[in-house]
Design a protein around this ligand. Structure first.
Ligand code: NDP
Length: 449
């Protein structure tokens, strides 16, 4: 299985596109062409920036009241003041700033992360779990003891989404300016086009205050924590209305869903170090799309299932719960063990290899794991993740499309990610990846895909 190949240093990509753009700019005729191209692409870019947020708001309109959580009826549109308020922008900004401060506190272990393109390793403070516990305690205290007016979150929900949109625009701008100013675009990550760099990012990491605030990792944790907080908010309100026993009796689905999703978030915070080794955190660029996915999609899209169950209490027959919990537990075991296997292999490859882990030697700095779940499918973590997401859909029943939007879209997303990652690894590891593909034939679903 092992192939002895001499290691070669990674060849850093040069910013060819920027060089080409500079060449083009010298020609006067091309300037007109560039302006025309900019005018055409501007509305398209505006649409791609605003559409995801409009989509999330639209889903919440479709799920505003007990009579309207369906795709089949036109949603009731609230008055303009519900869309936007400066107060909500202030709250959202304050909330994310609070999360940023928590992520900077010198609580928790300081660890070295994965090796970056420039061969350096950044250090990270593992304080996600303490941030989650502290935030939860404050949230439960302020909600339970009515420090915040009743129904405040519910009444201002849509303006929180638009508030987070504004925050995302601002933080993406900060990252863009910071990465250009500090020159962290030099590892071939910049497209050379400003708007594209803003939307898709032009750097993999951005840090402020002498490296204490990591603008990528903080947002990742803040998104997870916000989702958990929103879910707990729905559960607290249900318990307040019907009591704990009443919720257990009339809406056990909500209780189980919130517990399972809370465990998912808790797990991410407990195994925070392994998160640093995922492609999302170690090699993907940070721009508007990244911030949208972690600061808008996580909190406001992932909490839709809890909102749905809050509005439509569900008490399904026990077989549903057995199937859902079973699927979740199996999915969780696949997800956690596979993530941990890859993390151990990447963090300390020497130790993993001497302990007998099977791998393919590559010409790159890193080798390919062909052991455990990684010998069953090429993306076992995606499979586990999707199984957990389906279990949450089952808890909501099969009478509405909204709670199933996430499992369906996640499947599409993961298939796309698996195809892209395969192409990326093929480029990175060449014939060794081909060998891996021959040994492990399927990407995500054994015998299917
Ligand atoms: P992954 O952890 O899947 O990272 C992919 C990278 O892992 C590859 O680029 C490669 O990078 C390395 N790798 C792949 N195969 C092997 C192997 N056999 N041996 C060693 N290294 C390997 O990261 P992603 O960011 O793609 O996904 C992270 C998690 O986020 C997933 O679990 C996914 O399910 C989840 N996710 C969840 C969503 C949700 O809504 N719940 C949405 C999107 C993602 P390298 O070689 O450079 O180490």
């Amino acid at each position: 299985m092992e192939k002895i190949t001499k290691r070669k240093p990674i060849k850093l990509k040069t910013n060819n596109s920027q060089e080409k753009d500079n060449e083009v700019e010298d020609k006067p005729i091309s300037k007109l062409f560039m302006i025309a191209k900019f005018c055409v692409s501007l509305p398209l870019n505006l649409v791609s920036v605003s559409f995801p947020v409009i989509f999330i708001c639209g889903l919440h309109f479709s799920c505003m009241s007990k009579n309207a959580c369906t795709f089949l009826k036109m949603p009731q549109f609230p008055e303009f003041s519900k869309f936007f308020s400066w107060k909500s922008v202030g709250y959202v900004t304050g909330w994310f700033t609070f999360q940023a401060i928590l992520s900077m506190l010198p609580i928790g272990k300081l660890v070295a992360g994965p090796r970056l393109d420039d061969q350096k390793k950044l250090h990270y403070r593992l304080n996600g779990l303490s941030s989650l516990i502290f935030t939860m305690a404050i949230f439960v205290y302020t909600t339970y003891f009515r420090k915040i007016p009743e129904n405040y979150y519910k009444d201002n929900y849509i303006s929180f989404i638009t508030g987070s949109f504004i925050y995302i625009l601002l933080i993406s701008l900060v990252v863009l300016v910071h990465s250009r100013y500090t020159g962290s675009t030099k590892y071939g990550n910049s497209s050379g086009r400003l708007i594209e760099d803003f939307i898709y990012g032009c750097t993999v990491n951005a840090r402020l205050f002498d490296g204490i605030l990591d603008l990528k990792v903080f947002a990742f944790k803040a998104g997870f924590i916000s989702w958990a907080v929103i879910n707990i908010g729905y559960l607290l309100e249900a318990v307040e209305t019907s009591g704990l026993m009443g919720t257990l009796d009339k809406n056990p689905s909500l209780l189980i869903l919130v517990v399972l999703q809370l465990w998912y978030v808790l797990d991410a915070m407990i195994f925070e170090e392994a998160l640093l080794y995922t492609a999302s955190l170690s090699s993907e660029k940070i721009g508007y799309m990244f911030y949208y996915s972690v600061l808008c999609f996580f909190p406001f899209f992932c909490s839709l299932q809890a909102k749905y169950l809050f509005l439509f209490p569900r008490s399904l027959s026990w077989q549903y719960y057995i199937v859902a919990v079973f699927l979740y537990v199996i999915g969780y075991c696949i997800y956690r063990t596979s993530v941990q296997q890859k993390f151990n292999f990447r963090k300390d490859p020497h130790q993993a290899k001497v302990s007998g882990v099977k791998f393919i030697l590559t010409a790159n700095q890193k080798d390919i794991l062909v052991d455990g779940w990684w010998s069953v499918v090429r993306h076992p973590n995606y499979l586990g993740d999707w199984m957990m997401c389906c279990s949450w859909g089952i808890l909501c029943g099969f009478t509405h499309g909204i709670p199933w939007l996430w499992p369906v879209s996640l499947l599409g997303m993961l298939i796309g990610m698996a195809i892209r990652d395969d192409a990326k690894c093929k480029q990175k590891y060449g014939s060794s990846w081909e060998e891996y593909r021959k040994l492990v034939k399927h990407k995500m679903l054994p015998y299917i895909f």
